[in-house]
Write a protein that binds this ligand. Structure first.
Ligand code: GDP
Length: 298
């Protein structure tokens, strides 16, 4: 879509300007492949995914007897699609009432904003939503969620102070009593330097399980695309602590590092449930491989 294209414009520029030059050259040679490698690395695809893509391209050149660089463009598009396709697994919040989604991420990743967008997303599917303000460390986060809930007719369970696990526990009981469809449970953000301090959110996870034997049904990690290659470490660290089942990748609109999805696909594959392409309430989209690759290269 045009909106996604506009959202991804910085990564698109980073890729397209050099690619246009590359693909208009006279022949496919080592120089061209080296420059292609640099271009992919510049868009933060990471060494692993970049090498995988180049190997795919070389194999295609041989197999299909490609002769001109122009023919490489569609091979690159196809390679990226193959790489990213496993990440396309849209979230279906069905089969449990309430369907409990736990949301984690480091401070500033876009967690609070994404929770608002997610609530809107589920409401637009006709589902009732309840928010648990489990980030009890930051009064501002709680106030932000509560105000947002009031404006949008979404109940927010919050406590002045105290244990995030207790807030989430209360929220799940409230949601059951009120027959709510989806619970979005915020957790306290961690600073990027405090990734080892994850016991707290691991505890929230255990409490959810206790309150609602089958839950959480989704553990979403919110990642800021601007962190580029560091995303891989973050996914691994959170996964170890809480068992990540899906990703929300935010701020793709403000960064040239959209290639980070390729790195994730190779190094720590998890379903990319949603991508954030702006600050507005509607700027959250389900991740679709075809659309995404088209927006980057098309
Ligand atoms: P939290 O600390 O993880 O809860 O982060 P916030 O939700 O408060 O977001 C931090 C900043 O990032 C805010 O200024 C948001 O408006 C902004 N933000 C969040 N998601 C996006 C996005 O997809 N695109 C852009 N451009 N900004 C975003």
């Amino acid at each position: 879509s045009e909106r996604l294209k506009a959202g991804l414009s910085r990564t698109r520029e980073t890729l397209n300007t050099p690619l246009t030059e590359l693909f208009s050259r006279a022949k496919i040679d080592d120089d061209l492949l080296d420059d292609l490698e640099t271009t992919l690395l510049t868009a933060d695809c990471g060494v692993d995914a970049t090498h995988w893509l180049l190997a795919e391209l070389k194999a295609t050149v041989k197999r299909d007897r490609l002769e001109t660089p122009a023919q490489l463009r569609s091979a690159l598009t196809q390679g990226l699609r193959t790489l990213l396709a496993p990440l396309e697994q849209p979230l279906q919040a069905e089969g449990h009432q309430p369907f409990v989604i736990m949301i984690a991420g480091v401070n500033g990743a876009g967690k609070t904003t994404s929770i608002g967008k997610l609530a809107k997303h589920f409401q637009s599917q006709g589902k009732s939503v309840l928010l648990a303000a489990g980030d009890t460390f930051r009064a501002a986060a709680r106030e932000q969620l509560t105000a947002w809930g009031e404006r949008n007719g979404v109940t927010v369970i919050a406590q002045e102070s105290g244990d995030p696990a207790a807030v989430v526990f209360d929220a799940i009981h409230a949601a059951r009593a009120r027959k709510i469809d989806v619970v979005l449970a915020d957790t306290a953000g961690r600073l990027p330097t405090q990734l080892h301090l994850m016991e707290e959110i691991a505890k929230v996870r255990r409490v959810i399980q206790k309150a609602h034997d089958t839950g959480p049904h989704e553990v979403l990690l919110v990642l800021d695309a601007n962190i580029g290659q560091n995303a891989v470490q973050q996914v691994k660290a959170f996964d170890k602590a809480i068992g990540v089942t899906g990703l929300v990748i935010t701020k793709l609109d403000g960064t040239a590092k959209g290639g980070v999805l390729a790195a994730i696909a190779r190094q720590c594959p998890k379903p990319v449930r949603f991508i954030g392409v702006g600050e507005g309430i509607d700027d959250l989209q389900a991740f679709r491989t075809g659309e995404f690759v088209e927006a980057l290269l098309g």
